[in-house]
Design a protein. Structure first.
Lengths: 270, 329
């Protein structure tokens, strides 16, 4: 589109306005930042708790699972900071604010993700980056251009996959009024699932994560590539690099579902 | 006709229908689908430069009409055109040329100073710098915004916020505005200011206005033409005076007596309501002279105060609606 450059600047302005709004209440803002950091940290405690009872999980060491956790969390929280505002969609529909957005000459999705930005998600993002760094150190991932490139590719791919899943599952709101449960099962639930090696899951879940909702590409395959080990489930090594391609396809599908949702909303009302 | 002569057609609804499907609970699990016709075949033409009062009881289909005109909702049947464009397919293009104010819903950023909302909207609408500055200067003056620009929106009074929302809806220089109860909840001074501003927009700027309201004074002061809808159908489309006449609603003479007494018997009065020293005399018809009634009342009792009340819009609309069911206009 012609005004894409303008959209990037407008994105900055709108998110900036959200930051200034949050700063109107510095106390609650700091508290929620700390809380979100702590909650994210608890998930790592859960991983550590498992390894206090076992030495390895389907052949994965503690350090390797921490790396997996760091990848899953970082990709997820990157997506959360960007599109987590979609969780407010049911409220926007109910309060009529969504209609206000439809009166403006901008795409609906763009307006939804630039309102009510939850800056506390930055706390979770910071925590997950820390976990990722610990995981990289613990697994002796060789430091070099290949692993650096693979890391960037994985995180971008992972974030886009989570964002696409978020967009697609939130669009259910347009048909069902409140999609939060459905959406959370795939987004928050998907992150939770991706924190552990695919091998611990039943074959049906593995199939789902590889071919349907491609969460295996957010952490599992990238982690294999970074550590340099073969997939015990027999996937080719090159899949570690497939993230962005899979992400692009997932996003196209996600946006199509979103578009269908808006059309349903506009023809049925809510 | 009542439209401005020669003005080109800006809004056109032809047999517009909007049917919602609701799921109604019947028993613990059973849900029955029920169809609700919010808009049931509306024909309406508004020409450029007109200011039309769009009235009707709650749930009559006013908001649904506006939502179809803005492309938020797609009509179930019939056609809707705004400046020849289908609002459904050209939502974004039309949004650049149309302004909307919902009296009970603000589009401003509550935690930021008012001026920040203006700046953000300027970028959302991609308003060129020079145009923006010119319009801001005009709106700041007409709506007296200077003192409230730096106040966070959540701290504004209702009247101040409404002025802010009006300005916000006009920053991109729309040629057409939809106003949904723009004076609701405002005090007399604030209402007057908003009305004068709307009149200025329409007469000086040629902005076309579709005004939804429950306030008869809004309509009297601003709109020559009034469209009344009920149950999703147009039951009146014409001049305000004709509407009041058609409704049969009449004025009321309110007299305050020196001391309480029996209901006054005065020719030309249809009904008397007594409330202590105050008596409300409803005129029998539009032809009865209020001053003759006042004179007759003063001949019968000692009157310390008098007032003449116009028929309330709700009564007028209700009367037109009741008549409209049997005899649609």
């Amino acid at each position: 589109m012609a005004d894409d450059a303008g959209s990037v600047r407008l994105y900055g302005r709108l998110v900036g306005a959200e930051v200034r709004s949050a700063m109107e209440y510095p106390g609650p803002f700091a508290a929620s930042l700390l809380t979100s950091f702590a909650i994210a940290a608890l998930e790592v405690v859960a991983v550590a708790a498992i390894f206090s009872n076992v030495d390895e999980l389907v052949g994965w060491s503690l350090g390797e699972v921490v790396l997996l956790t760091g990848l899953a969390q970082t990709g997820f929280h990157l997506a959360e900071v960007t599109v987590g505002q979609l969780d407010h969609l049911p409220d926007l529909v109910r309060s009529g604010r969504l209609d206000t957005y439809l009166l403006r000459p901008r795409r609906l999705l763009f307006q939804v993700v630039t309102q009510d930005v939850d800056l506390a998600a930055l706390g979770k993002l910071a925590q997950s980056v820390a976990v990722l760094v610990v995981g990289l150190a613990a697994t002796d991932v060789p430091f070099g251009p290949r692993s650096a490139a693979l890391l960037v590719v994985s995180l971008v791919g992972g974030a886009v996959i989570y964002a696409a899943v978020w967009i697609a599952t939130t669009a259910v709101t347009f048909w069902l009024i409140d999609s939060r449960e459905v959406s959370a099962a795939f987004t928050y639930g998907g992150r939770q699932m991706s924190m552990y090696p695919l091998g611990v899951y039943a074959p049906s879940v593995r199939t789902l994560a590889r071919y349907v909702v491609p969460l295996a590409f957010t952490a599992y395959y990238p982690a294999l590539g970074l550590i340099g080990r073969d997939d015990e489930l027999g996937a080719p090594a090159g899949l570690a690099w497939a993230g962005p391609g899979v992400a692009a396809v997932t996003m196209v599908v996600g946006l199509a579902i979103w578009g269908a949702g808006i059309r349903a909303y506009r023809s049925t009302g809510a | 006709m009542t439209g401005v002569a020669g003005g080109e057609v800006l809004i056109e609804l032809r047999g517009a229908e909007k049917v919602f499907t609701q799921r109604v609970r019947r028993g613990r699990l059973r849900r029955v689908r029920r169809e609700v016709r919010a808009v049931d075949g509306i024909d309406l033409t508004v020409r450029r430069g007109e200011m039309v009062g769009y009235l009707g009881p709650n749930g009559a289909g006013k908001s649904t009409t506006v939502k179809m005109l803005t492309g938020i909702l797609v009509p179930t049947d019939g056609t809707v055109r705004v400046d020849g464009l289908d609002p459904n397919r050209h939502r974004i293009e039309l949004a650049r040329r149309v302004g909307v104010v919902f009296g009970q819903r603000s589009q401003l950023w509550p935690d930021l100073p008012l001026v920040d909302s203006f700046e953000l909207l300027r970028h959302i609408y991609a308003v060129p710098e020079a145009d923006y500055r010119e319009r801001r200067a005009e709106l700041d003056e007409l709506l007296d915004l200077a003192d409230i620009l730096d106040t966070p929106v959540r701290q504004l009074s209702l009247g101040q916020r409404m002025r802010g929302d009006l300005a916000a809806a006009l920053l991109h220089g729309p040629e057409l505005i939809y106003l949904d109860e723009p004076t609701i909840g405002l005090d007399v001074v604030a209402k007057d200011r908003v009305r004068r501003f709307l009149a200025h927009l329409n007469t000086e700027r040629g902005v076309t206005v579709l005004l939804t309201t429950h306030d008869l004074v809004d309509v009297e002061r601003l709109c020559r033409r009034v469209v009344v809808i009920d149950h999703g159908r147009v039951v009146h489309d014409g001049e305000l005076a004709a509407l009041v006449r058609a409704s049969g609603a009449t004025r009321t003479v309110v007299v305050t007596l020196a001391e309480p007494g029996p209901p006054l018997e005065v020719a030309g009065v249809a009904a008397v309501a007594v409330d202590g020293v105050r008596q409300r005399l409803r005129l029998a018809s539009d032809g009865v002279s209020a001053s003759a009634v006042v004179a007759a009342a003063m001949a019968r009792a000692e009157v310390v105060d008098i007032a003449v009340e116009e028929p309330a819009i709700d009564e007028v609309v209700a009367a037109v609606y009741q008549r409209g069911l049997a005899d649609p206009v």
